[in-house]
Write a protein that binds this ligand. Sequence first.
Ligand code: FAD
Length: 377
Amino acid sequence: MKKHYQYIIIGAGCAGLQLAKALLQLSDTVVQSILLIEASETHIEKSWCFWYEKNHPYRHLVKKEWDAVEFVSDNYATIQNISPKSYQFINSLDFYNDCIASFTTDDRIEILYASVLAIEQLKLPAIITNNGTFTCDAVFFTNPKLVFNNYPKPNIWQHFVGWMIETDKETFDDTVATMMDFSIDNTKLISFVYVLPFSTSKALIECTIFSECVQETSHYEHILSNYISEKFTKNYRITSKEFGKIPMQLPPTNSTLPNNIVPIGTAAGCIKASTGYSFIRTMLHTNEIITAITNNQLAPKRQVKQRFTFYDALFLNIISSEPYKMKHIFYKLFKHNNLARVLLFLDEQTTLLQDAMIFLWLPKKPFLKALFKKIIS
Ligand SMILES: Cc1cc2nc3c(=O)[nH]c(=O)nc-3n(C[C@H](O)[C@H](O)[C@H](O)COP(=O)(O)OP(=O)(O)OC[C@H]3O[C@@H](n4cnc5c(N)ncnc54)[C@H](O)[C@@H]3O)c2cc1C
């Protein structure tokens, strides 16, 4: 093993793998050596979904996509076509295997299974692991705790339990993905169900909650079993289960970092605080890094869009102080805006005027209270 690499990437997860793969697509005059350091030798399989146009570098990994997306609340349901985008599903294990397989045929990259203990900025960044110290021209890291001192614990998590179920009869409409079904009890916690039908007899159904504490598994499972039997069928088999939690947290401030220590993924704020989606945000940041490196520039830090971070902060504030209001807020959001507009807003691509039109329809009181709290804090 070498002691010095051009690039070191810490973390072979969503962001680290996307970046390593994209860097290796550049010529060997631009990218000569990469060390990818990963703490864990086993990958935990996850279901990754996102809405995006149909053409992107991970298209070959999309297992299922839906052009139509549904939002449901009490006495209200809307199904809308989101083309030219679609709602797409990737299995993270397919993504991991695809990336690792492409690395084995390129001798510019080495993978080291070790834990990074610290990143020190000497003349060059020095990466200290439990299996040696390495230097590099630039390091990319996903774990914020490695660099940001006093990185706060998230106050709010998005946590969920999902069941992949199969039925003997045709049960699901596999042309529509239900992004949020709020027609379940929300008196104490913000809970909704998410339905991804892979065929007419197979679907992933998840119960998602936004709150400070993860609940007992039985809580989500109770909601799931009631939901499935009321909405679909009592006769089904659970073929696999998924549990996950995603931090709902504002991006860390990275302004004091040297140019050759670059946050990516979670550390760069790629997980949108109000939704937990990160795959496409990570891909877009990866594209920015690759464009800069191709143009012989330093890898750019991800630019946080302050306006949208501010909206996310208000949203998180309401989740923590008045969670029972969220169901109504989501209902208003989806009732008065078409889905394409809501998705554009969540992608942080709406104009100020479009944002104003969106907020116009939302209940004012919770947002004003959240705004007031933000001003005095
Ligand atoms: C069950 C589940 C479902 C999800 N569904 C979606 C979805 O549908 N859509 C979506 O966009 N997002 C989804 N997410 C969120 C998404 O998985 C994360 O936002 C994304 O993985 C974050 O990417 P990352 O590279 O920053 O971190 P990770 O993918 O978590 O990767 C970080 C890697 O760094 C390694 N690491 C950490 N510290 C060190 C260290 N000190 N030394 C060496 N290695 C280290 C870890 O072992 C890990 O492999 C889901 C998450 C879960 C858990």
